[in-house]
Design a protein around this ligand. Structure first.
Ligand code: IMP
Ligand code: MG
Length: 179
């Protein structure tokens, strides 16, 4: 698996230090009470697991399955909600977590759904944000790292379902990603 990686972009220790800081910000920013964290599957799973264990606040976790990529290395442009049940968010302070902000369509669509469903506030957090023009401008409250506009894997992010368990964020070799 590691042979498929051209270079490590963000090392595990660097991610861990950044998560300590973001967790502190979350603890300070959210009002008293139980916050509701919504994890976008599957990409945000690793990021969320590592981040939330650092947040010393009462919280509940819900997960949502949305798809905007269908196996390739570019966005399909459409956001599909795949769950039959939508979490109860009315009057809740929500922290929505995703792995990466790319075109912005996913976070924009989910944030809108949560707001329509009556959430008191929707804060957003991503491990990575690509430095590029977005189709949808979304304000992100917590960003782990800004990266260039390139396809990355690891720490939850996949290429065709693989590489999510790499403990760092890396760039795939061109011959593997077919680019
Ligand atoms: P957006 O809706 O275009 O912002 O895309 C968000 C989703 O696309 C993320 O949740 C990822 O699943 C996927 N994605 C975007 N860029 C990458 C990447 O570089 N590697 C792996 N997945 C990506
Ligand atoms: Mg994804």
């Amino acid at each position: 698996m590691r042979d498929d990686i051209e270079r490590v972009l963000i090392a595990e220790e660097v991610i861990e230090k950044r998560l300590d800081l973001i967790a502190g910000e979350i603890e300070r920013d959210f009002p008293e009470g139980t916050l509701l964290v919504i994890i976008l599957l599957k990409g945000a799973l690793v990021f969320a697991a590592d981040l939330l264990r650092r947040v010393a606040r009462p919280l509940e976790i819900e997960c949502l399955n949305v798809a905007s990529y269908h196996g390739g290395t570019s966005s399909s442009g459409q956001v599909d909600f795949l769950d039959r049940r939508f979490p109860e968010v009315k009057d809740r302070h929500v922290l929505l977590l995703d792995d990466i902000l790319d075109t912005g369509r996913t976070l924009h669509a989910v944030k809108q759904r949560l707001t329509e469903a009556g959430a008191a506030a929707v804060h957003t957090g991503v491990l990575l944000a690509k430095d590029k023009e977005r189709s949808e401008e979304v304000e992100v409250d917590y960003t782990g790292f800004r990266i260039g506009d390139e396809f990355v894997v690891g720490y939850g992010l996949d290429y065709q379902g693989r590489y999510r368990n790499l403990p760092y964020v890396g760039v795939l070799k061109g011959e593997i990603a077919g680019i």
